[in-house]
Design a protein around this ligand. Structure first.
Ligand SMILES: CC(C)(COP(=O)(O)OP(=O)(O)OC[C@H]1O[C@@H](n2cnc3c(N)ncnc32)[C@H](O)[C@@H]1OP(=O)(O)O)[C@@H](O)C(=O)NCCC(=O)NCCS
Length: 200
């Protein structure tokens, strides 16, 4: 299979780029923080091996599914601050947009900024009909991110053995209400972004 060239997206303060081998230190540190993994599957801090395997999963997801999670970099300093992007392995309840930041980067609006860009990419470049986010009912900061980008609560589902809130947004509502053409959040200014292509 030819390798997929993973697109890079930029926002005012962030760069969303492909994960690379050298991210392992930062990614392992992020997942070793009990506060970061509190509402994630298992709720226990990850050891370095698990983070490495998960990075391999994230890279493989792009190759098999054509989309996936980006590593998020602070543009000004080039520092790795977390991950934002898509999860939709086979059997997943929908096309999920997810976000995770290292704790020292919470509270600055970076998750919302990155998620907003990824959402625009999902609807405008990938032309998805619906994007969802699965969130632990007690994960208030994550619920706030979902609401800020325009997602609304669609219901509760049992996901991997846990009850999760299912937030979501339809393309139609996104294009007419959340980011109408010419509006402040217009997601249609994505002409510079090509969908991923296969490279040899
Ligand atoms: C979920 C998570 C990414 C949210 O991080 P966050 O920093 O709260 O979210 P944002 O980056 O959007 O920042 C919003 C906060 O920054 C503040 N902020 C500061 N400057 C801002 C700006 N320029 N723009 C927007 N918000 C800004 C907001 O007031 C808000 O704080 P508040 O919630 O206390 O009011 C973070 O808690 C996390 O990584 N958790 C662990 C992993 C996880 O649970 N992921 C979700 C799985 S479903």
């Amino acid at each position: 299979m030819d390798a997929l060239e993973i697109p890079t997206l930029e926002t005012e303060r962030l760069r969303l780029r492909s994960f690379r081998k050298s991210d392992i230190e930062d990614y392992a540190a992020l997942n070793a923080d009990p506060e970061v993994v509190r509402y994630l599957s298992g709720s226990e801090p990850w050891d370095r091996g698990r983070s490495w395997r998960h990075m391999a999963f994230l890279m493989g997801h792009w190759q098999l599914g054509g989309t996936g999670m980006w590593a998020v970099e602070h543009r000004e300093t080039g520092t790795f601050i977390g991950a934002v992007g898509f999860a939709a392995p086979e059997g997943w309840p929908g096309f999920e947009l997810a976000w995770t930041l290292a704790r020292r980067w919470w509270g600055y609006g970076y998750a919302t900024e990155g998620a907003r860009k990824a959402l625009a990419y999902a609807f405008n470049a990938l032309e998805k009909e619906r994007v969802i986010s699965l969130i632990h009912p007690e994960n208030r900061p994550s619920i706030r991110v979902a609401e800020r980008i325009g997602e609304t609560l669609a219901g509760r589902i049992n996901h991997l053995g846990r009850e999760m809130l299912c937030y979501g947004l339809d393309r139609e509502i996104y294009l007419t209400e959340v980011a109408p053409v010419g509006g402040l959040n217009s997601g249609r200014r994505m002409s510079e972004i090509a969908i991923p292509r296969r490279v040899r």
